[in-house]
Ligand binder design. Structure first.
Ligand SMILES: [Zn+2]
Length: 134
């Protein structure tokens, strides 16, 4: 089954959208779904940045919430031979019970004071979602 799960955008475009999304989120209820994934290459000397924006075009993964405790899913970029663009895949990081909410950490980007609020409710909740500077 093929699931279209977001637009791949350049880093420049991702930063432009982050800025626009911050403005929208400050004026109304708005839930952006722009994910930045850094892929460390085997040499360890380089890092490939992949920006996926599922705000307008995405699948059910856009509704997976953040958890400050790391959640129960891990995110992996998977590459198929012959396919230039990777797929963002979610794998269970722990045993997950039926009916349990699927959650993952949106990353270790800094928590900006004016960032979107976090409602994960975990003991270690930092109160704000991780987010790059727009
Ligand atoms: Zn939290």
């Amino acid at each position: 089954m093929h699931l279209c799960a977001g637009e791949f955008v350049t880093t420049e475009e991702a930063r432009r959208r982050l800025h626009a999304y911050d403005e929208l989120a400050s004026t109304r209820n708005f839930s952006p779904a722009l994910l930045v994934v850094r892929e460390h290459l085997p040499s360890g000397k380089a890092c490939l940045r992949v920006n996926i924006d599922a705000t307008e075009i995405g699948n059910v993964a856009r509704f997976i919430n953040h958890s400050c405790d790391g959640g129960n899913l891990m995110v992996v970029l998977v590459r198929n031979s012959g396919c230039f663009l990777p797929r963002l895949c979610f794998f269970a990081a722990v045993d997950i019970s039926e009916g349990e909410e699927l959650i993952f950490s949106y990353g270790d980007a800094p928590r900006r004071p004016n960032g979107l609020p976090c409602f994960c409710g975990k003991e270690e909740c930092m109160g704000v979602l991780p987010s790059e500077e727009a």
